[in-house]
Design a protein around this ligand. Structure first.
Ligand code: PMP
Length: 338
């Protein structure tokens, strides 16, 4: 048995029980391991859907160029779908993103333009603005705009939600996900709440992002916006894919807590995953400790793989330089013996 194209291998990722990290929590905690997708992240799902919807709508024509502002994973998904379908890709990224992510996109034949992180989205130098300008200037180009393109939510409504419903045999009671564009949280939650309106969703946000305050007060507070390091979640804009009515709770997680939990996922569960996975698990377990009951079943989505973070959260010196590890974590066998 074989697949006619790599894109046929997107989706149908495994659901795995958290054993050690969920000790002491009532109920069952499961994780959906999205690095099993061919681009090693859940963003393959929406990349495929955005491209196929654009083809159907006649917006993307043969030989066209796909231009997107992406933190890396969407770019990887778009690049592999573009290769299968014969399109060119140009990506704009903020300079806080891992060098690995940039290298991977270039390895996939894409052109990558690195833009400054700490400028407002309206600034002509921002990765949003540069992508929009290239789209205007380059003929036969398509700008998917993952933030406001509803094919993003639709991909998770059509695939991630039904997979989780089937895999849990309808027993899921809580769904937790980091929120960036909002597609994975809102598409999946929409499907799950349609099956069972009692399913509760927990959105994971970062310090430095506007989501939690906006949900709780309806105020877009610019004071909430400041630089942070976690990649892929939290925003300084309100993307159309974030439907606040579908997100029951928001929990903010610090860069440090997310980074430490990411390393614990690798060491204690064997799950070598990305930084936002640690944030999602840290926030979701905090919620689960207080709220889960014996028969409850929580699913946490783990968006991507750890290779993209080797020089950051998986690097001891980087962790120490950022104050994320204590000196005692650095004791080597030699320090202890002498
Ligand atoms: N984690 C990572 C690593 C991501 O790349 C993204 C996508 N921005 C997310 C989480 C959040 O997913 P979504 O955009 O669907 O909200």
């Amino acid at each position: 048995m074989y697949y006619n194209s790599l894109i046929e291998t997107i989706g149908n990722t495994p659901l795995v029980k958290l054993n050690r990290l969920a000790e002491g929590i009532k109920g069952t905690v499961l994780v959906k391991v999205e690095y099993f997708n061919p681009g090693n992240s859940m963003k393959d799902r929406m990349a495929l859907k955005m491209i196929e919807d654009a083809e159907k709508a006649g917006i993307l024509k043969p030989g066209g160029t796909i231009i997107e502002g992406t933190s890396g994973n969407t770019g990887m998904g778009l690049a592999l779908v573009a290769i299968a379908k014969g399109y060119k890709c140009i990506f704009t990224l903020a300079d806080k993103q891992s060098q690995e992510k940039i290298d991977i996109l270039r390895a996939m034949g894409a052109e990558v333009i690195v833009c400054p992180t700490n400028v407002s989205p309206e600034d002509p130098r921002s990765y949003y603005s540069v992508a929009k300008k290239l789209n205007k200037d380059i003929p036969n180009s398509f700008y998917p705009n993952q933030y406001d393109n509803m094919s993003n939510t639709a991909a998770h409504y059509e695939t991630t939600g039904p997979e989780i419903w089937k895999q849990t045999e309808g027993k899921i009671t809580h769904y937790a996900a980091g929120v960036g564009t909002g597609g994975s949280m809102c598409g999946t939650t929409k499907y799950l709440k349609e099956q069972n309106p009692d399913v509760i969703s927990v959105g994971i946000d970062t310090y430095g992002s506007v989501f939690k305050k906006y949900k709780e007060t309806g105020i877009f507070d610019e004071n909430e916006i400041y630089p942070y390091m976690t990649e892929g979640i939290g925003e300084d804009i309100l993307p159309k894919n974030v439907d606040f009515s579908l997100i029951d709770n928001f929990i903010k997680v610090t860069d440090k807590d997310g980074a430490i939990m990411t390393r614990r996922l690798a060491r204690e569960e064997g799950l070598f995953v990305g930084w936002s996975c640690g944030s999602a698990v840290h926030g979701a377990l905090e919620y689960a400790k207080e709220n889960l009951k014996e028969d409850d079943m929580m699913v946490i989505i783990l968006p991507d793989h750890g290779t993209r973070y080797l020089a950051k959260v998986y690097n001891d010196n980087w962790m120490k330089d950022h104050g994320f590890l204590e000196a005692r974590d650095f004791a080597t066998a030699k320090d202890i013996i002498t």
